[in-house]
Design a protein around this ligand. Structure first.
Ligand code: AMP
Ligand code: ZN
Length: 466
């Protein structure tokens, strides 16, 4: 029985999908004008884990994550780089997939893009106007927040509080300060589409309501994103969808807490800002993912180099234990489980149940990773060359199953074999003889990248692994 903390009710609730055996899940995606940063990697990885666990529990998950491919920031960047907004979006969608693939994030069932959904967006805005929830002023269409009774139900904000505390721009065309834009008129030189309200483009919030409806239906099971999206983005999505469709929009609202850097909010101007790409070069994608899943998605998470190093060490311990088991499996000569191994078999099964209990409890990956460490402690202590291959296989299967579910890379990256290194050293010596020092240096640098250090000694070239 899976329990999910629902931001809407502020309680952990038993997960019951709308349709038995199926999950309709929508996760808000990025605006594509830059490489993703380490904070963005958190929802990517954590909701990927949620999806994998739901699949492990037998659900067929329809997972939708959008790309916002038209927006002020994209237009600004396209002007700076003197290329089209489309070219900027294409470039960063490609780069985001490179990072997401590296982090082991499974592709969504559908990755819709705003610019490919304009007719549906116009249709939904039209419906909102017809039903009296939206109004047009001089080519801009607004959602009238006071016209929707339940406005504020997710963020628990009341209209009066919202107005009193709001920093929203004064806009005399709006009925109320909290009203938000559904369609905005074209500005010179910007990408635009024709609509019943003139040339223009959609506001930000309407795309998610529209894509969720098109790809998942009027009512969905899980809607997710970072806590910063609760207000106004998700509040506005609820208003748009429920007003237009006349049905409850999402049953479970999940929000990941923020990631800070060295205990401070991430900020480009203060320099405490890292992209996933640069960190992948320093620590590898596998370590980044392992670092993330070590914390529960609702706990605030601090990022620092020393915490990343600790994560790298932890992952190394798991990979070493896994390697040790695969090595034993090749060398053991007994096959059937021995009598004295029955207790270990039972302990392994208990660990699986403990792992599932942690994950059933609002996807507690921190506790689930702790169980993986308990498993490797047990296997390190109890498996030897005298163990049966059946037991070793059981240990490997369990690690494959649970580690795979969290997306932990269990196999060490293929290391260069000694004779391959010797061949490269010979090639380098030959290059030096031919005075091709560029090639010689290239070979040395390549080896260094793979952790092989060359030392020129009187007896010839030696190498050591670092
Ligand atoms: P954005 O491109 O800023 O809309 O962000 C894409 C996703 O990343 C959203 O779900 C945000 O809530 C999430 N996000 C942005 N910054 C952070 C952060 N520092 N920690 C965790 N999640 C974040
Ligand atoms: Zn959204």
């Amino acid at each position: 029985m899976i329990k999910i903390y629902n931001t809407l009710t502020k309680k952990k609730e038993v997960f019951r999908p709308i349709e038995e055996g199926k999950v309709k899940m929508y996760v808000c995606g990025p605006t594509v004008y830059n490489f993703i940063h380490i904070g963005n990697a958190r929802p990517y990885i954590m909701f990927d884990v949620v999806r994998r666990y739901l699949e492990y529990r037998g659900y067929d998950v329809n997972y939708v994550q959008n790309f916002t491919d038209i927006d002020d920031k994209i237009i600004k960047k396209s002007k700076e780089e003197k290329v089209s907004a489309k070219a900027i979006a294409e470039k960063y969608i490609h780069e985001i997939f490179v990072d997401a693939d590296g982090l082991g994030v499974k592709r969504a069932t559908t990755h819709p893009r705003v610019t490919q959904e304009i007719p549906e967006i116009i249709q939904m805005i039209q419906t909102l106007i017809e039903k009296g929830y939206a109004y047009e002023v001089k080519g801009t269409v607004y959602f009238g927040t006071k016209r929707f009774e339940n406005y504020g139900k997710l963020s628990k904000k009341k209209q009066e509080d919202l107005e009193a505390g709001s920093r929203v721009q004064v806009d005399n065309d709006k009925e109320n300060p909290m009203d938000f834009v559904l369609w905005k008129p074209k500005k010179e030189g910007e990408l635009s589409w024709s609509s019943p309200w003139g040339e223009g483009r959609p506001g930000w919030h309407i795309e998610c309501s529209c894509m969720a409806k098109k790809y998942l239906g009027d009512s969905i099971d899980i809607h997710a994103g970072g806590t910063d999206l609760i207000f106004p983005h998700h509040e506005n999505e609820i208003a748009q969808s429920e007003a237009a469709n006349g049905k409850r929009f999402a049953n479970y609202w999940m929000h990941n807490a923020f990631l800070n850097i060295n205990n401070k909010k991430m900020s480009k101007s203060k320099g405490n800002f890292y992209t996933v790409r640069e960190l992948s070069e320093l620590f590898t994608y596998d370590v980044i993912r392992f670092f993330m899943i070590n914390a529960h998605y609702r706990s605030p998470l601090n990022f620092s180099e020393s915490l990343m190093e600790a994560a790298a060490n932890g992952l190394e311990r798991i990979q070493t234990a896994y390697y040790h088991l695969t090595d034993l499996l090749k060398r053991t000569s007994h096959d059937k489980i021995k009598e004295e191994e029955v207790a270990i078999e039972k302990a392994l099964n208990d660990y699986r149940l403990k792992f599932e209990e942690a994950m059933d409890d609002d996807f507690n990956t921190a506790d689930a990773v702790a169980v993986i460490f308990e498993i490797i402690k047990l296997t390190n202590k109890t498996t030897t060359i005298d163990s049966s291959s059946s037991l070793i296989q059981l240990c490997l299967d369990l690690l494959d199953r649970l580690g795979g579910l969290l997306g932990i890379t269990l196999k060490k990256k293929q290391e260069l074999l000694d004779n391959e290194i010797e061949l490269l050293i010979e090639k380098r010596q030959q290059a030096r003889k031919n005075k091709d020092f560029t090639l010689a240096d290239e070979i040395r640098d390549q080896l260094k990248k793979q952790g092989i250090l060359l030392e020129d000694t009187r007896e010839g070239v030696r190498f050591k692994r670092i």
